[in-house]
Design a protein around this ligand. Structure first.
Ligand SMILES: C[S@@+](CC[C@H](N)C(=O)[O-])C[C@H]1O[C@@H](n2cnc3c(N)ncnc32)[C@H](O)[C@@H]1O
Length: 261
């Protein structure tokens, strides 16, 4: 996923398509934090949170939860959704390359391939440095990305998501037109099509974005260069028993960084 402005400005359609139960991911985050840091988790930051699925789930369980997104439309939408279910989340509209929370958190995470919207080395380094300022001592940062087997330079599989609710149905087709890959910058120029039926009204929206195709080795090097984070774990799914590997069971590329002391 990347900076698809046409999609992210229309939070309701994003939500109709991507609303999902994230409790398994939330349980994984709690377990992995305990395993690495050795104490119970108390506070989290959902980066590029969109409608805030993870922040809301943590808040409902009594954790201090912060949701941060670049787009004010997403934050307003997330705020309303949280209010509806009585989830007390702190919302921040900010760029994840440059932000300061009023209080640091124990565990930050950037889910669903959202970090690929940071396309330049400078943006990634600024982001990692910002993470150092916003984590508690020994704090963790998890990044969840598509597995390079299905999404990297030379391979970009098309995919489709759909959903419906309250008279709205929406479908996204990603990369039906093969993306143009800039091999030098490591960036894919992608196109997606959103087909919407909203209570009798039909719309087709086309959106373009750039996505950085990061490799595991680059992630490791960015952490070292940032001076603020170090890599402490890799997983292939939200499952402590699933290593990150080239096997089909390793669906995702999940990397865990820790704040350097
Ligand atoms: C894939 S969507 C949301 C993902 C959401 N976490 C989920 O699990 O469904 C990616 C989000 O990243 C946000 N975003 C893009 N660039 C950003 C930036 N530089 N800083 C913060 N958020 C950003 C977009 O506004 C969008 O809501």
């Amino acid at each position: 996923m990347a900076e698809h402005n046409n999609l992210y400005q229309r939070a309701i359609y994003y939500d109709v398509i991507f609303d999902r139960d994230v409790s398994r991911e939330v349980e994984f985050l709690k377990e992995v934090y305990y395993q690495i840091v050795g104490r119970d988790l108390r506070s989290v930051l959902d980066l590029a949170c969109g409608p805030g699925y993870h922040a809301r789930t943590f808040a409902k369980q009594g954790y201090r939860a912060v949701g941060l997104d670049l787009r004010p439309e997403m934050i307003e939408f997330a705020q309303d959704k949280a209010r509806e279910v009585g989830a007390d989340v702190e919302w921040v509209a900010a760029d994840m390359t440059n932000f300061r929370l009023h209080q640091p958190v124990d565990f930050a995470f950037c889910m669903f391939d959202s970090m690929d919207c940071l396309t330049t080395n400078e943006q990634i380094l600024n982001h990692f440095r910002a993470m150092g300022d916003n984590l508690t001592p020994n704090g963790l940062y998890l990044v969840d990305l598509n597995h390079p087997i299905s999404c990297s330079i030379g391979v970009y599989e098309p995919f489709c998501y759909a959903g419906q609710r309250n008279g709205i149905s929406a479908e996204i087709r990603w990369a039906e037109t093969p993306p143009q890959i800039d091999m030098i910058a490591g960036v894919a120029h992608t196109t997606l099509e959103i087909r919407i039926k909203d209570n009798g009204k039909e719309m087709v929206i086309t959106d373009h974005a750039q996505e950085r195709l990061l490799t595991p080795q680059e992630l490791q090097l960015f952490a070292e260069l940032s001076g603020t984070l170090k890599v402490v774990g890799w997983y292939g799914d939200f499952d402590l028993n699933q290593p990150f590997s080239s096997s089909p069971a390793s669906r995702r590329m999940i990397v865990i960084f820790q704040k350097r002391s």
